[in-house]
Design a protein. Structure first.
Length: 94
């Protein structure tokens, strides 16, 4: 079984709510991944339509629409921040 499916099954079994989220650090250690590698796995799972949610508390698997909406909102805020950073850098070279 590959890391993606191992992590998915682990979250589905043991971490099903924000109150029971698992930290990135703990997941990285459990699955022998760097934090960057873990983020890549989580991104791949999300691209595959698996509802991996996250907050400051960590990651969890949820089919609750509100959990998913909150995670989408956090991701959209990150994208907006990155867009602002890109804009600032572009202006720096004009």
């Amino acid at each position: 079984m590959d890391k993606e499916m191992e992590i998915l099954e682990y979250l589905q079994e043991f971490h099903k709510s924000e109150g029971n989220a698992v930290s990135a650090g703990e997941l990285s250690i459990l699955f022998n991944l760097s934090k960057r590698g873990l983020r890549a796995v989580v991104t791949a799972l999300r691209k595959g339509c698996y509802p991996i949610c996250s907050s400051n508390y960590g990651y969890w698997y949820s089919k609750e629409p509100e959990d998913i909406r909150k995670t989408v909102s956090r991701l959209e805020a990150q994208v907006k921040n990155m867009e602002l950073a890109v804009t600032g850098l572009k202006k720096a070279i004009e």
